[in-house]
Write a protein that binds this ligand. Structure first.
Ligand code: URA
Length: 280
């Protein structure tokens, strides 16, 4: 066992991070695998310097991207009354609206909308892709095998569902057969995630997998090109990492996911100390 493995073992990650069941991720995890190939796409303009940079080094870029993001959002809200209405909702209204949503075809196949779970004023927000079968049945994000890995990862940095973290998805309703969400489905669901983030006001966002990263950062860049840096979603430090379902099938990348978690934790700590930018 090398030093890194010993460290992960000591952090309680070892036994869970070795899960190897073949049915772990379903078709979407297979799709994610394809996205982890070496990157050819440039990262978006909003990207910030690499991980070792202290948080204060990313402030100037953050201000630039926040300004552009606010303008784009204001323009979008003006032309989309549904999004504008969602952007004014409180938690109860938002949950009720998502539960009754029929803005795209996914409502036809769902058991229920899977809204989000956790501390509604948490410093951490984890954003995944979409509910799978177990989440659809239970009405809670990340309750399947990938969710168990996520729980272990969060536990390793002292977080748990309902303690210090809010967990949500880009898409609230299960795509049939675990297929990838369509761009139109992502677009129709986007106002819910945007409002959830506004209400939680996290100080750091962990975007898990290609769909979460691309939706939050309005980018088509690969995970490999986006991870390892402090990026921004509307001014909030955002760290991109691998989706847990992907990690269950790609064991060597678990150490990179651990590095991403450590970067997120460091970013939050620096922001709390005032050496880095606070969230909006
Ligand atoms: N994968 C996700 O991205 N979200 C879930 O809630 C479950 C699996």
């Amino acid at each position: 066992m090398n030093r890194r493995e010993r460290f992960l073992e000591e952090m309680g990650l070892g036994p869970v991070w070795r899960l190897r069941r073949r049915d772990a991720g379903g078709p979407r995890a297979e799709a994610a695998e394809a996205t982890e190939a070496p990157q050819t796409t440039e990262a978006p303009e909003a990207v910030e310097p690499a991980a070792p940079e202290p948080a204060h080094r990313v402030q100037a870029g953050a201000t630039r991207s926040r300004g552009a993001g606010v303008q784009a959002r204001a323009a979008a809200l003006e032309t989309d009354p549904r999004a504008a209405a969602i952007a004014r909702m409180d938690w109860e209204e938002l949950k009720a609206s998502a539960a009754a949503c029929s803005a795209c075809g996914l409502c036809k196949g769902r058991t229920q909308a899977v809204f989000g779970v956790g501390d509604e004023a948490a410093p951490w927000m984890v954003v995944g892709e979409a509910p799978g079968a177990e989440e659809d049945a239970r009405g809670e994000p990340f309750v399947g095998q990938a969710g168990r890995l996520l729980d272990a990862m969060l536990a390793a940095i002292g977080l748990a569902r309902g303690r210090g973290v809010y967990i949500g998805n880009v898409i609230k309703c299960r795509p049939p057969g675990n297929r990838n969400p369509e761009p139109q489905e992502v677009a129709r669901c986007a106002p819910y995630l945007a409002r959830q983030i506004e209400l939680v006001r996290p100080r750091v966002i962990l975007a898990l997998g290609r769909f979460a990263a691309q939706a939050l950062l309005s980018s088509d860049a690969t995970i490999a090109s986006l991870r390892g840096r402090v990026l921004r979603y509307r001014g909030i430090p955002t760290i991109v990492s691998y989706h847990p379902a992907y990690l269950l099938r790609n064991l060597p990348d678990k150490s990179k996911a651990w590095e991403d978690l450590c970067l997120a934790r460091r970013t939050l700590a620096e922001a709390a100390q005032g050496s880095g930018p606070a969230a909006d």
